[in-house]
Design a protein around this ligand. Structure first.
Ligand code: C5P
Length: 222
């Protein structure tokens, strides 16, 4: 990939996992490390793009020279994405967004002494940020989603990916298989990139940086 081939492109990237508070000291979260999203930001920056990075919880140091800011919850992430959307050409939603948040956020620490032997949490659905973007974006803006699925079978993975593409209405979907022992936190990744019709337009297996470059190439081709 030629250095500078993304010059003039403005790219918004989200990375990491949202955290939904239960009380001042606890949250519901997920295992996303943010490494793939951060690798995308670094790769896009090195190829000349103007990158904005919005990070939920991440385990990785943030790249220098890439402006951005941190958020905690899905609601905060949604606000940040909506705010940045008008000024970018491409949005890459690599963040792992919590599907649900606690209905009640306790103002004080939840005490086991005051609760019984079981504790029931009531959760409500978070907005699907990615699925809402097609209606808010200009036709020429490119919206890229991710799908992490726990399937080992390639055909089944593709089926899940194509169904998700239809639900989200995005322009590209990066599919990767995850499980208890792979995907999350790893330094390598394997993805299949689908376009809006469900056609495979790229595949990569390698370091998260190599995978990032393949994704950037696929979503900016043509
Ligand atoms: O539906 P699922 O969580 O598998 O979809 C993953 C894709 O959707 C990712 O790109 C993620 O950033 C995005 N997403 C979102 N808002 C949600 C859930 C997922 O934008 N509430």
């Amino acid at each position: 990939d030629a250095a500078g081939d993304l010059r003039g492109k403005r790219i918004l990237i989200t990375a990491g996992g949202t955290r939904e508070p239960l009380d001042p000291v606890r949250y519901l979260g997920n295992r996303s490390s943010g490494k793939q999203g951060i690798a995308l930001a670094t790769a896009a920056h090195l190829r000349g793009a103007e990158v904005e990075l919005i990070t939920a919880s991440v385990d990785e140091t943030l790249p220098n020279h890439v402006p951005g800011h941190g958020v905690q919850t899905a609601a905060e992430l949604q606000r940040a994405v909506h705010e940045a959307l008008p000024r970018v050409d491409i949005v890459i939603m690599a963040a792992a967004v919590a599907d649900y948040r606690p209905v009640q956020v306790s103002e004080t620490k939840i005490k086991k002494e005051e609760r019984g032997d079981t504790l029931t949490l009531e959760l409500e659905k978070n907005p699907d940020i990615l699925a809402g973007l097609p209606a808010l974006s200009r036709p020429e803006q490119i919206i890229v989603g991710f799908a992490a699925e726990t399937s080992r079978d390639r055909e089944h993975l593709l089926e899940l990916g194509r169904a998700k593409l239809a639900r989200k209405g995005c322009d590209f979907l990066c599919l990767n298989a995850v499980g208890w022992n792979d995907g999350f936190g790893a330094d390598r990744n394997t993805v299949i990139i689908l376009d809006a019709t469900g056609t495979i337009v790229g595949e990569a297996s390698g370091t998260k940086r190599e995978v990032a470059d393949a994704i950037l190439t696929a979503v900016t081709a043509g």
